[in-house]
Write a protein that binds this ligand. Structure first.
Ligand code: M6R
Length: 369
């Protein structure tokens, strides 16, 4: 039940820290990661793959895009992300050296299930990252990493996204260790930062009063754009999807570098743009690129709401509003940055008097094609 919260979505957003802690539980050792549960996808099998394809839909696919950056960077195995329905119907190149990772909260999404069946029939190895114990997709996969985020009832997926990212980060570290592409020190550094995430998430949740005000001020808005680079790009698309789903406002997420290839034509005075800003401390180049993007859209009259790291003073002169998140490693930033966007969608839909748990036309689990 809702346990005193006005909606399941509000409750599930508040459960983010526990969801992340539960995904990490039992899988972190003193300085590394232990994924003994992978069974037949043992070290030898993981040394035998030369390519990874992540298949998923919706929010799970956006988590997969975050996973791509981390797994590829850490393990040096090329990773692509495909929407499960596009993958299934395009005759993808697959063999026993391809690992297909499916990501699904419910484990029952028909498109994703069919993609996994197709991959298995073509001889690819299969791993499921799933939140629902004993669901169809993990049962038809060779190995499974359960996210243990707890039941998610609201149609809009929130805490499950955080847990899906964590599951992939754990797998990426494991793969890097197995393939010898990361030093023990580098792995230990990420593990340290992963341990901090639940508390950092609590901090983010405790500081959302400004998002509440923002949502009320924006309840008549007809269109919102989201911009990000690197792992901030999938965060931007996830922020846009959530807003579409529950507040029925037109929203799009873009990669910062794409702006002048088209989307900047949409910018007119008053247009609100959320910008996901990487930390200047460990992503200086990307930070300067995103600041240039902000300058470009501000010069055309856009109002900028930045999601930025707590110590980032450089962003202040460029943004109308800054939503702060604690400092973490680049690959972990999405877990913190997405939370203000989830809360913004929730608050805006609430301000419009909409049913946030049961948005029109949508089902929690899409078990038809
Ligand atoms: O259960 P799944 O993770 O497979 O669901 C995938 C999508 O249908 C789901 O993430 C959908 O996009 C959500 N409603 C997003 O909030």
């Amino acid at each position: 039940e809702k346990g005193g919260w006005p909606s399941f979505m509000a409750k599930e957003v508040s459960e983010g820290p526990e969801a992340v802690a539960n995904t990490l539980r039992g899988r972190l050792t003193d300085h590394g990661v232990d994924l003994g549960e992978l069974g037949v996808l043992d070290d030898e099998a993981l040394r035998g793959i030369d390519r990874i394809v992540i298949v998923a839909c919706g929010t799970a696919a956006y988590s997969g895009l975050v996973g791509k950056y981390a797994i590829e960077t850490w393990s040096r195995v090329p990773v692509e992300v495909d929407l499960a329905h596009e993958f299934r119907y395009r005759d993808p190149v697959l063999d026993e050296r391809t690992l297909v990772i499916s990501i699904s909260q419910s484990g029952e999404t028909m498109d994703t299930k069919m993609a996994v069946e197709h991959a298995a029939a073509a001889g690819a190895r299969t791993l499921s990252i799933c939140n629902t114990q004993g669901a169809t997709i993990p049962r038809q996969s060779e190995a499974v990493l359960y996210t243990h985020a707890g039941p998610e009832v609201a149609v809009a997926s929130t805490k499950a996204f955080l847990a899906q990212v964590i599951g992939q980060l754990l797998f990426g570290l494991h793969l890097a260790k197995v393939r010898g592409t990361m030093t023990d020190e580098a792995i230990a550094e990420v593990v340290e930062e992963l341990r901090e995430l639940p508390d950092e998430l609590r901090q983010v949740l405790a500081e959302q009063e400004s998002v509440h005000e923002l949502a009320h001020w924006m309840s008549d808005t007809r269109s919102v754009l989201f911009l990000g680079r690197h792992v901030g790009y999938p965060v931007a698309m996830e922020g846009a999807l959530k807003l579409k789903e529950i507040s029925y406002i037109h929203a799009e997420g873009f990669a910062g570098g794409e702006l002048k290839h088209g989307p900047i034509a949409l910018i007119e005075p008053g247009q609100v743009v959320f910008v996901v800003v990487p930390s200047p401390r460990n992503q200086a180049l990307l930070h300067s690129k995103i600041i240039s993007n902000i300058q470009e859209i501000r010069a055309r009259g856009a109002r900028v709401i930045a999601v930025a790291e707590a110590g980032d003073a450089a962003v202040l002169p460029y943004a109308d509003v800054v939503l702060r998140v604690p400092l973490t490693l680049p690959m972990l930033e999405p877990v913190l940055q997405v939370v203000p966007l989830h809360i913004f969608a929730l608050e805006l839909a609430t301000a419009k008097g909409l049913d946030v748990d049961q948005p029109r036309n949508l089902a929690k689990s899409v078990t038809v094609e």
